[in-house]
Design a protein around this ligand. Structure first.
Ligand SMILES: Nc1ncnc2c1ncn2[C@@H]1O[C@H](COP(=O)(O)OP(=O)(O)OP(=O)(O)O)[C@@H](O)[C@H]1O
Ligand SMILES: [Mg+2]
Length: 351
């Protein structure tokens, strides 16, 4: 079977990014969106209720001194289950006054607050709407339409809660309107051609364990793990033997900063301490690289999905460029293993 290329991933209408808190879900979602937009695709990026990371990260992209023109192909949306429910009721109850009365009634307020999973169900229903109804086959000419909906999902357990709701509704309502609606949503989520899940993790003990839980939760739901992204991977800068063989010179101080003059010996920067510091950092990096490699092996052994490794970027500031670079690396790795050619460069801005 041919491996999934980046273009194959983008051919889906709905892509969820999931993973443990803090592993880089927002970074990966936006990285994919940037690369998709750079390649000419119109993308809707979505985050769910309360989260603001994606909105802020996208604002950083737009706030660059020279933002590329293709950034305009990325649209942002925050999905709030309660608002989605009201929007949905607006579609099926077109009489505005009646709708207002419903919304302001205590029974409705109580129902929305108390019904378990209703908000999650409505949020996924809204995603269905965005992926199916605003996704014409030829979106290039349709203003406001997008070809791909990319969701920056909440952390693992919470994401599964959302993704489980349509099936729960399907089982809870054996017939009728809710059943029919849920059936359409479940159909979209389970269609591997239409929906893909990008699972992000770190190659460390806890995130790896949580990744196994996530992937088996997705399997239970009949959902397709399109790609496994191992983020913040450390690579060994050299071998331990090379470090051990380094001569630590015994030399005089080479630099004394004005501020440190007259202070104790500790403030003096000499070649020996610089080298010792470098050796300590390199040794730490080798340690991390070993830990990462062992967890990558565990992931490879148990998860049957293309695995992409993104490096830990040692930048003083993690900003617009870093996110773009990681997105491009993700795309390159998928393309390289699938044998896809180089990505077409889009016109209309720096790339
Ligand atoms: N490859 C990387 N190299 C270095 N730093 C990274 C990398 N990826 C992410 N980070 C850092 O980790 C931070 C967290 O990433 P991000 O916000 O994408 O995670 P998240 O999974 O969305 O977190 P949350 O659970 O809070 O939503 C980023 O602000 C960034 O500083
Ligand atoms: Mg986030």
């Amino acid at each position: 079977m041919r491996q999934l290329s980046f273009a194959d991933l983008l051919r889906r209408r709905l892509v969820f990014t999931v993973g443990k808190g803090g592993v880089g879900r927002t970074t990966v979602t936006l990285g994919i969106a940037l690369e998709a937009a750079r390649r000419g695709q119109r993308v809707l990026v979505v985050e769910i209720e309360g989260a603001r990371g994606l909105e802020a990260a996208l604002a950083t992209q737009r706030g660059q001194v020279h933002p590329p023109a293709w950034l305009d192909r990325i649209e942002y949306m925050m999905i709030d289950g309660r608002k989605a429910l009201e929007e949905y009721l607006g579609l099926i109850v077109p009489v505005r006054r009646l709708l207002k009365t419903v919304f302001s009634s205590n029974v409705y307020q109580y129902f929305v607050a108390a019904a378990p999973g209703l908000k999650e169900l409505m949020a996924v229903g809204k995603l269905w709407y965005e992926a199916e109804q605003r996704n014409p086959t030829d979106a290039t000419g349709a203003p406001g339409a997008h070809q791909l909906v990319l969701v920056d999902g909440p952390a693992t357990g919470h994401s599964l809660q959302y993704l489980r709701m349509p099936r729960a509704a399907l089982e809870a309502f054996p017939a009728g309107l809710v059943h029919r609606e849920a059936e359409r949503v479940v159909g979209l989520l389970r269609d591997p051609e239409a929906t893909g899940v990008v699972v992000v993790t770190l190659a460390e003990e806890m995130p790896t364990n949580e990744t196994f839980e996530m992937v088996s939760g997705l399997d239970d739901l009949g959902m397709h793990t399109a790609t496994l992204v191992v983020n913040q991977v450390h690579e060994a800068p050299c071998t331990r033997a090379e470090l051990d063989g380094l001569p630590i010179p015994d030399v005089q101080p080479i630099f004394r900063s004005p501020a440190s003059r007259g202070r104790g010996k500790g403030a003096v920067l000499d070649a020996t301490s610089i080298l010792a510091e470098i050796v300590a950092r390199a040794s730490e990096e080798i340690g991390w690289a070993e830990i990462n490699a062992s967890h990558v092996q565990r992931l490879l052994a148990r998860i049957d999905a293309p695995l992409v490794k993104l490096p830990y970027l040692f930048n003083e500031e993690f900003g617009a460029d870093e996110v773009g670079r990681l997105g491009a690396m993700l795309a390159e790795q998928l393309d390289a293993r699938s044998g896809a050619g180089p990505a077409p460069r889009s016109r209309g801005g720096k790339s």
